[in-house]
Design a protein around this ligand. Sequence first.
Ligand code: ZN
Length: 559
Amino acid sequence: MDMEHDTLDDRFQRLSDRFVENLWEQEPEWATSVGYHKYDNLLPLPDSSRRARLLGFLQNWTDSLQAVEAGSLNSSNRISYNMLKNFLEMKKWELQYLKEYEWNPSIYNVAGTIAYMLSEDYAPLDERLNSCYERIVRIPAYYEAAKKQIRYNVDELRQLAIDQSLGGVSVFNKDFLDSVGKSGLNPEKRSQMVHAAQQAVAAINDYAQYLKQLKKPVKSFRLGKELYEQKFNFYIESAYTAGQMYDSALARKSYLHKEMARVSSDLWHKYFGKRQAPVDPLQLIALVIDTISTRHVKPSDFQSAIEKQLPDLVSFVNDKKLLYLDSSKPLVVRKEPAYMAGVAGASISAPGPYDKGGNTYYNVGSLEGWTAERAGSYLREYNHYILQILNIHEAIPGHYTQLVYANRNPSLVKTILANNATIEGWAVYTEQMMLENGYGNNEPEMWLMWYKWHLRTVCNTILDYNVHVHNMSRQDALDLLIKEAFQQKAEAEGKWKRVSVTSVQLTSYYSGYKAIYELREQMKSKEGPRFDLRVFHEKFLSYGNAPVKYISSAMLQGQ
Ligand code: ZN
């Protein structure tokens, strides 16, 4: 190599590639999930020596980064540098201050990784099974170590861990065994595998049993102001503080209520004829929304209705020239796997940066076995209008489209250390952008329903902060969601469950949306008549999963 032409940027590229390689050795399960399979056979035990190794790794890399003259890097590398630095600080903070390993038993779960290795065709089946086997034989020791880490009983997380552990059992006693049956392995190896799977199932059941009888000091799931503000800074990487974002969400809620009252009053006579409209705007909105929400599919048609809408969204985006869609990466709609159940209703699983040919799945929660009342409530929530908005958000041009672009970004650091507010913010932003461009023919019903859906995003931020920082009670939370955000009871109860098992994550939607929307408006006023929406979208997405605050400063400087 000609060292004279070895620039600072070249050296930083090599440094960040080496970091990623080291990271996978430390985090082999994470590596598997993004499609890096060199360490597929490793399953580190979640004990104190592992945490000590991680801390050493983080400190070494903090030192290495300190030696880089960040100010002289090019714009793209400077963003990667900032993301790396934030990641190292966040991980140290997690280990030293958040200490989730002591109070969140749901972090101990290997079913997802094994399910991924069984369902993704990245290597011959026998090879994948051998790697699975090496992990599965360590599962009993893994759960023994997990039990020793738990020092507090957070009831909500304990329950989640029990549900998810038991939900994942079928990965071992069904999916894995089915694959063993289809393999070309010899009988001796097969019986070793069957035995290991049985031991794993016993260990998981034992762990669930241990959690059911957990006798540890009780601790609240609420994070409290200090940890919350810190976590918000690390995870969202916003230009605002958590408290400022909360205030902004409160103002947005008032604005949306005003808009919704205006549209509802315009729609009143269409649905209620000469009947007197309620004076209270929230009551008026609720009545109109309830009436419109009765337009929905049958429970058994939920998944097929989602599938049928996707081609229409593709045509709309292409016809309006909103952004380029890569048609070579098909989206596969599937029933949500059991190990994912319990938190969200629909989600996207995209192939990682090493697995670019892998499937992209649209995971849809099933309504099978639900009572008529529960299914009815759910379908009124995901009615004719909202189902379309859900598809925009999750698929086109929301998450699915964004993730296809993100995987094209050559920077591994940006892909791997993805900022969740950028990802969620983009999906939320596209809902509004599609409607602004005429999706839904400007029907007032579609706008009203989008306002309601958007209000959910806004209330996610309000709820999360109120619950974790202001100690909001379950009843007050349900009142907020049902009365002020017009949610069905089942939806509101699901959200309460989510806010009690996660923190900060719920704010990523509104935080990211606000940042992207503000950037677009700034670019419009900067570029004036030269502003082109398609160019803006494609440029924005070309930065991959970097935090919006860094994308903003680069785009506003014309980089
Ligand atoms: Zn989303």
